[in-house]
Write a protein that binds this ligand. Structure first.
Ligand SMILES: Nc1ncnc2c1ncn2[C@@H]1O[C@H](COP(=O)(O)OP(=O)(O)OP(=O)(O)O)[C@@H](O)[C@H]1O
Ligand SMILES: [Mg+2]
Length: 230
C-alpha cells in the first residue's frame, strides 16, 4: 500500500469580501507520497499561495478536506492546531522571515522552545543542523550579516528542526541568484531522500521543477495537470 503524507480531497476556497466573491480554488484533489519533492506551478493569481495557506493550516478550505499523515486538518483549532503545526509542519518563505535581532543558531532554536528539552540539547541540535547545511562557521552571526543563500539555509534548518512530516516553501528561491537557488533545490532534494520528509514548493521557474518527482499545475483555481515521476 502506498503511504500518502498529504491528501487533498475536493478542496475549494472562496474568499468573500464586501464587494465580491473570489473562487480561488475549485474542487482540487491530489495525493503526495511520503518523501515526495513536489512543486506547485501556475500563472500569477491561479491559487498557488492559497493552496499553500490551506496546506499549512494557516487558513481553512470552504469545502473539502486536507489530510496530513492521515489526520484531517480542517476542524482543528486552538492549541491542538498550534501543536500540530509546530510538530508536523515546517515553513520556508521567499523573504526568509528570520528574526533579525538574534543569531542564526537562536533562530533555529525558536521552534524547539515549546518542546521539553534542556537548553544545551536545543543548542546542539540547532548547531548540528546548521553544520549539515554548511553553516558551521556562521552560527553566531545575525541574519543581516549573512548572504541571502545563507539566510535561506538557516530558514531551512529552522523548518527541519522539529522533524516535520511536511515542509512548505512558497517561492523559496525567489530572492536568490541562480547558484544559491540551485543550492536550495539540491538541499531540498537531499532532505527528501535522506529524511523522508515531503516538501511542497511553489515556483515560477519551470527549470527547477525537473528536480521534483511530482508537479502540480494549477490554472484558474483548478488542478490543470499532474506529472508524477516516482
Ligand atoms: N485574502 C484574500 N481575499 C480575497 N481574495 C484573495 C485573497 N487572497 C487571494 N485572493 C485572490 O485569490 C486568487 C488566488 O490568489 P493566490 O495568492 O493564491 O495566487 P498565486 O497563484 O499565489 O499568485 P502569485 O503567483 O502571483 O503569487 C487571486 O485572484 C487573488 O486575488
Ligand atoms: Mg503566490
Amino acid at each position: 500500500m502506498v503511504n500518502y503524507s498529504v491528501k487533498v480531497e475536493s478542496v475549494s476556497k472562496v474568499y468573500k469580501t464586501a464587494a465580491i466573491e473570489v473562487d480561488a480554488l475549485i474542487d482540487v484533489s491530489f495525493a503526495l507520497r511520503q518523501g515526495a519533492f513536489a512543486a506547485i506551478v501556475g500563472p500569477s493569481g491561479s491559487g498557488k499561495s492559497t493552496l499553500m495557506h490551506l496546506l499549512g493550516t494557516i487558513d481553512k478550505p470552504t469545502s473539502g478536506e486536507i489530510y496530513v499523515d492521515g489526520v484531517p486538518t480542517s476542524q482543528m483549532t486552538g492549541t491542538d492546531l498550534a501543536r500540530f503545526r509546530n510538530k508536523k509542519l515546517g515553513f520556508v518563505f521567499q523573504a526568509y522571515n528570520l528574526v533579525n535581532g538574534i543569531t542564526a543558531e537562536m533562530n533555529v532554536e525558536l521552534p524547539m522552545m515549546v518542546n521539553p528539552m534542556v537548553a544545551s540539547e536545543r543548542r546542539s541540535r540547532a548547531d548540528g543542523l546548521l553544520a549539515e547545511l554548511g553553516l558551521a562557521d556562521r552560527l553566531k552571526l545575525k541574519p543581516t550579516q549573512l548572504s541571502g543563500g545563507q539566510q535561506q539555509r538557516v530558514a531551512i534548518a529552522r523548518a527541519l528542526v522539529n522533524n516535520p512530516s511536511l515542509i512548505l516553501a512558497d517561492e523559496p528561491t525567489g530572492n536568490l541568484d541562480t547558484k544559491s537557488g540551485d543550492e536550495v533545490i539540491r538541499l531540498f532534494k537531499d532532505i527528501c531522500k535522506k529524511q523522508n520528509v515531503t516538501i511542497i514548493m511553489v515556483t515560477h521557474n519551470p527549470d527547477l521543477t525537473r528536480h521534483c518527482d511530482h508537479v502540480i499545475h494549477i490554472k484558474d483555481g483548478r488542478l490543470d495537470k499532474e506529472e508524477k515521476r516516482y
